[in-house]
Design a protein around this ligand. Sequence first.
Ligand SMILES: [Zn+2]
Length: 333
Amino acid sequence: MPVFFSHPSSLEHDTGPGHPERVARIQAIDAELQRHDWFGYERRDAPRPTPDQLLAVHPQDYIDAVRETSARAGAFDLDTPTSEGSWEAALRAAGGACALAETLLGGGERVGFSALRPPGHHADRDRAMGFCLLATVSIAARHALDSLGAERVLVVDWDVHHGNGTNAIFHESPEVLFTSLHQYPFYPGTGPLSDVGRGAGEGYSINLPVPAGAGEDLFCGLVEHVVLPAARAYDPDLVLVSAGFDAHRDDPVGGCALESSSFAELTRQLLTLDKPVGCVLEGGYDLDALATSTALTMEALVVGGEPAAHPRGGLVDAAAERVGRYWDLGSTS
Ligand SMILES: [Zn+2]
């Protein structure tokens, strides 16, 4: 049975009136999944992470700062306020992702979803930003590598924003192949095609910027012709998806044009790798789009199916040329 992690603490992270990253996001997802009886997923409460799981990514003084800032309901920046419940919510979000990795690498389950907030992919080792407090997916990837026997983890970040935190945390490491599709130029300003990682991690960051207005053809074309061939060559033990849904055409924050069904297609594409796939919620700020996209992603994780063939084109060719310097992407036209 596939697994679904959540926790009531996600409802206690109060970002204040008018903030797009709000409690109602989780409520919208829950209501939609209830209509589908969670597609048969086994629902589990996200645990807290262990101190070691956090310390593998964040220094102690930063962890203390997140806890203390939350205790006094302070803000890290205008985008990133906290409330008294934020610390527990952030802990459970990180713990849910770690538990998801454990489930997927423990044999048996091949797919799962961790749907908690706040998101995490903008958080760097020692910096909260962009609605993110703890680097949830990085913590889970590190846990998989340190304690679960994984040697290589593929992160696919399809949130409309560049996952600068994950990118930075593994920038010099070949243990994680970080791939990100994101609107560019856009917040947070990082993630050009030329950022391929550095040192021992050179080639292990695949940044795939797309222009505003990009839709399914471009997103899925990049995945089919760049991400999947590189991922096959990398041969990961685990795939973690930074599953933001703010590249949806209805999203009020992002400027891309995916449909809800596009996320199911992206999911089917990743399943062709025949590796365990765990999705971790990041952004997504139109409640209906978020809920339907999450539901269709979860359904695709269990139903699978053949993805369609997607076109190449200039942007895909340019990306393939750059990434092809490091990875054998197979035949290029
Ligand atoms: Zn985002």
